[in-house]
Design a protein around this ligand. Structure first.
Ligand SMILES: *Cc1c(COP(=O)(O)O)cnc(C)c1O
Length: 466
């Protein structure tokens, strides 16, 4: 291949990506049956000899693009999945062309500088302590795991145990406290760092899924408390001030570590109105986890861990044995579970620089306003189960005798079959519920009204068929 051929190939690829990006809202929110059947072209044996690159990329676009979920568009309301800001998508193209290994500044000066710049900007826009470390990982699951590993080592260190050197067998015990509404992956992260998915004290939650601080258990020793900003069904926030006060009141030897899983909810800190309403005490934690790929709308995969005292991350993740003093550069491989790593900060930088402080606040507020609009439009027909404080709406069909599980399940199936929007189901209070998440920068009031109309039309069809 010569340079001209390379250029032609990459220009063709860029053209296909561009075509996808600008037409995503013309696509159904979920692929139709023909598109799914088209995936069969991928089921070929490994070619004995290579195929032309351009033909390969064309096949990818022809069969792969139609079989994607249009989660990068305005009409996808499933799970909590962000779309992609054009600035982030463009930056990701450039970052892919750079193909930097962000493990060490020596491997990428550009990545190292953008890490330091985004560290400052993220702490600024979220109002977190200025000295905290920022570590980029694959998602909130790993951001939780990285934070919890640092917490584990810090708490065991205070008990005179070096978990990095000696592992967990025979280590002194400490207690782990989680709310009953903790995300399923928080428990997975606890299991991953050896603290156990089930060896936890589960604190009951209120009707919105908020941890009941008045029911925090009476425990003698140090504790690791895992709180949550943004319950995955309701968007509810735990009472951080009450939890931090409870920790502060404990005797010195029984204090602990407060971690907050804010995979999407942490971004409420960027919106002054929601910061005041939901986030009191959130900045008193020792560590926080969030996602860039959800509400900041950068591409997958981008998770972000914040740890108040950077020395804890360095102690846990340094690749040399034992504690190494902080140098004046940030070595990503010595502060994250990874060694080699993509420069995720490039897209975060592009998103934050393009949006600015006001733009991030507006992104959050617009999503929340769209969620409120959807809830208001649906309320006469469907039961809105949550206080819509954020970007999540939780809905159910109720009959004369209470929850109509069959009708709710039928409504979810009808919406997914309709295909103009996509949202998923969940279990709430022991019954099926429909979950609507507004996490795309593209979803404005018209899109919210459209989504509500589709849901109402589907509900009417379900009622007519019953
Ligand atoms: C999505 C989510 C996670 C997991 O995040 P990933 O980016 O998928 O790893 C954890 N906690 C909460 C509250 C979430 O919403």
């Amino acid at each position: 291949m010569d340079r001209d051929d390379d250029q032609d190939l990459l220009r063709a690829a860029a053209g296909m990506a561009l075509e996808y990006a600008v037409t995503v809202d013309d696509r159904p929110a979920a692929p139709d049956a023909a598109a799914l059947a088209g995936l069969a072209v991928f089921d070929e044996p490994l070619p004995a000899t290579g195929a032309p690159a351009e033909q390969t990329l064309k096949l990818l676009h022809a069969a792969g693009s139609p079989a994607t979920m249009a989660s990068a568009g305005a009409h996808y309301f499933g799970f909590v999945i962000g779309a992609t800001l054009p600035a982030a998508l463009g930056a990701s193209w450039l970052a892919s062309a750079w193909d930097q290994n962000a493990a060490l500044p020596a491997m990428s000066p550009a990545a190292a500088r953008l890490h330091e710049v985004t560290r400052g900007w993220l702490l600024d826009v979220l109002g977190l302590p200025a000295g905290a470390a920022v570590a980029y990982v694959t998602g909130a699951t790993m951001a939780n795991a990285a934070s919890l590993a640092a917490a584990r080592d810090a708490l065991l260190g205070r008990l005179g145990w070096d978990a990095q050197a000696d592992g967990l067998f025979g280590a002194p015990a400490f207690d782990v406290v989680v709310g009953a509404g903790a995300h399923s992956t928080l428990r997975k992260s606890l299991g991953l760092v050896g603290l156990g998915r089930s060896r936890v004290h589960i604190v009951p939650t209120d009707e919105q899924g908020r941890l009941r601080a008045d029911l925090l258990p009476d425990l003698p020793g140090p504790v690791l408390v895992c709180a949550q900003a943004g319950e995955v069904n309701t968007g509810a926030f735990d009472p951080f001030d009450d939890i931090a006060d409870w920790l502060a009141r404990r005797p010195a030897e029984a204090k602990g570590w407060l971690h907050v899983d804010g995979a999407f909810g942490l971004w409420a800190l960027a919106d002054p109105a929601r910061r005041d309403r939901l986030c009191a005490g959130l900045d008193r934690a020792d560590s926080w986890a969030t996602d860039g790929h959800k509400w900041l709308n950068v591409t997958h995969d981008c998770g972000i861990a914040f740890v108040r005292d950077p020395a804890h991350l360095r102690h846990t993740f340094t690749a040399a044995a034992g504690y190494t003093p902080m140098g004046d550069t940030f070595d990503a491989m010595h502060h994250t579970p990874q060694s080699s790593q993509r420069a995720r900060q490039v897209e975060v930088w592009a998103a934050l620089r393009t949006l600015g402080r006001a733009g991030v606040a507006d992104l959050v507020a617009r999503s929340c306003d769209a969620a409120t609009l959807i809830a208001d439009r649906l309320r006469p027909e469907l039961t809105v189960l949550n206080d819509v404080v954020l970007n999540q709406v939780l809905l159910r069909v109720d009959g004369p005798d209470g929850p109509d599980a069959a009708a709710t399940s039928a409504l979810i199936a009808e919406i997914q079959a309709d295909g103009r929007i996509w949202c998923g189901g969940t279990q709430w209070d022991g019954a099926p519920a429909l979950r609507v998440s507004v996490s795309s920068w593209k979803t404005g009031p018209d899109d919210a009204a459209f989504a509500a109309d589709v849901i109402l039309a589907c509900a009417a069809r379900v009622r007519a068929a019953a």
